[in-house]
Design a protein around this ligand. Structure first.
Ligand code: VAH
Length: 317
């Protein structure tokens, strides 16, 4: 990777990834793009930023030509809960945008990354030690676009030789940018509320296990996968990655180790609870470990300590 175009750079992953790639590959070699253009985001102020609507293929092509891009990291998408509320828009953006980006990658011979998700699995998928290759019949529009995206990326590799790679992200926790309407957003909101009010009412029910990971491990996984020698990769689109399988009470306990008075209550959101229950409890990440050295650093305890420390600074700024 030398000249990287990131789409959806203002999202939860994009914000953290843009900073990391600018640090690793040089500010002038990372072109951050998004359909929005807020004035005060470091994504916009700390390097090259372009407005981009990925549903317009020619706009993607213009940026690829303008900056002589060799890699597209395609993050622009609607997340699960928003996609369930706007399924047609989700298909148009998640699939239309992906198809446009893949076509540009094919035309210019670019390396390509886009994330899938544990949302690509469905109720019939084995819930525990979910295999890398297994039944995928998701019951959400988000999941339909994610499993379709995996298949489309594999097709572009097999049929056209595009070097497509991806991971199935779990719920991601970060302090830089808020998540944008996902089912796992509770796992970020809980830290903000623990510091702000000392209490949090979870929209996901007690005992609901989902895979999660801290954003530094997610960003490292993208760089590791993209730098892995192509001949090592068997699965490509998309690797199971996760650092922990946790439920809301696990977060409560980890936070109480720092804020003993913290109180967790529940007011279940049936839409997001139904989505969460259709996903696995804990996926198997052996393929990512053996094919490109995936090895997350943050446990729930280590992540919680870092989140509370960083958010304490952010909230009091
Ligand atoms: C969502 N945060 O909740 C995303 C992610 C596995 C969850 O795909 O939609």
């Amino acid at each position: 990777m030398k000249k990287i175009l990131i789409t959806g750079a203002l999202g939860q992953i994009g914000t953290a990834l843009t900073a990391r790639l600018r640090e690793t590959y040089g500010t002038d070699n990372v072109i951050a793009s998004d359909i929005q253009k807020p004035e005060h985001s470091s994504v916009v102020t700390d390097g090259i930023f372009e407005n981009l609507d990925v549903t317009n293929q020619s706009l993607i092509e213009e940026l690829v030509q303008k900056y002589e891009v060799d890699t597209i990291i395609h993050l622009a998408a609607l997340l699960s809960a928003v996609a369930e509320a706007k399924p047609q828009l989700a298909w148009e953006l998640n699939m239309g945008g992906l198809n446009n980006a893949l076509e540009v990658a094919r035309t210019y011979g670019l390396k390509f990354f886009t994330p899938s998700s544990i949302g690509a699995f469905g109720p019939e998928t084995p819930k525990d030690k979910t295999p890398q290759v297994t039944l995928q019949r998701p019951t959400t529009m988000y999941g339909v676009t994610k499993v379709s995206g995996e298949l489309l990326c594999d097709y572009y590799y097999q049929k056209f030789g595009v070097d497509t790679r991806g991971v199935r992200f779990p719920g991601l926790i970060s302090y830089e940018a808020l998540p944008g309407g996902g089912t796992t957003d509770y796992a970020v909101d809980i830290y903000y509320e623990a510091l702000k009010s000392g209490a949090y009412t979870s929209f996901i029910d007690k005992g609901t296990y989902m895979d999660m990971m801290y954003m530094p491990d997610a960003v490292e996984a993208i760089v590791q996968l993209m730098e892995a020698p192509a001949e090592q990769l068997v699965h490509r689109n998309a690797f199971n990655v996760s650092a922990m399988s946790v439920c809301p009470e696990d977060f409560e306990k980890a936070i109480q180790a720092h804020l003993p008075e913290f109180n967790l209550s529940f007011e279940v959101d049936s839409v997001r609870q139904t989505i969460a229950e259709s996903w696995p409890n804990a996926i198997d990440t052996t393929a990512a470990q053996t094919e490109w050295g995936f090895s997350p650093n943050y446990t729930l305890e280590k992540m919680t300590a870092d989140m509370l420390e960083k958010l304490n600074v952010k909230i009091t700024e």
